[in-house]
Design a binder for this molecule. Sequence first.
Ligand SMILES: [Zn+2]
Length: 335
Amino acid sequence: MSLYENLVTQTQMNYSRYYSLYAAGKTPYELSKKEPLPYKEQIQNFAQQVKDAQCIIVGGASGLSAAGGGDFYYEDNASYRKYFGKFAEKYGFNGAFAGMMHQFDTREEHWGYLATFLHTTQTAEARKPYLDLDAIIKGKDFHILTTNQDTQFMKLYEEEQVSEIQGDHRFFQCSKQCCDETWDAVKPVEEMIAAMGEGTKVPSELIPRCPHCGAEMFPWVRGYGNFLQGTKYDRQYQKISDYVQTHGKEKMLLIELGVGRMTPMFIQEPFWNLTLSLPDVYYIGVNDKYAFLPQQIEDKGMIMVSNIADVLADVRKEIESEKTDYSRKTVTMGK
Ligand SMILES: [Zn+2]
């Protein structure tokens, strides 16, 4: 098992053991009692840590996408209506995931919904918080780890720079997991959307099927009980593990963005463990609700309870204004 998957497995056991605590929005870790810095100083510290780091690992979770307008998963709001309007009216779903759990009368209607869901994320532009983050880490040596399946990071980076440990909407797998293969989902989704038009069903012949066993394909994502944890999955964990192993002795910054309380085992707790065990790590967590910073790492990190979109925009401003000041000084000195 790779280094990072091993970290996840360990924290997963912790999660099962203390499940009721986690379910109540708490954590079994002893938390820091230090007063947080004022917001402005937190932003300055964030910018300084980026500047000082030799390498950066960003852990992007659901709160990051939600902050950028990808907030249609769990509620019936304006953005849900924008993309899923005809299904919202017909079924009254409370967000995109509710529709994914619905038993549609026909497979054609089921795929009409599924194709709409995938098409929405596949074709979305990279959103503002992602662009701000990109400006912040520009020029640094970095790796991205994400539990988001919406492919936002893939609109900005090469496959090798991103570990997508919970799957990716651009790929299909066999729903029955009969083989260790994944297939492109972008073109078939485009065809289904075009054929569906204003309706809510796709033609039967466009329903994608496994070429080996004939079962329907399914998006390559965790969450529905049939996630294919084969070669592609192992590769994701290998990328992040290799990065940690190669850069483990350097001055490293870990940036955790938007981890929810139900999934601390993929980014948050492994990041805490790395902060503790590697020689020179600084940890920054940004979360809109929970001020969780373990006491054991309180001198090696900071937690910001703030709106993620605002934080990334402000850190970007801070870093870019420093860059401007620097170049101005250089010009003056040359005279
Ligand atoms: Zn199959």
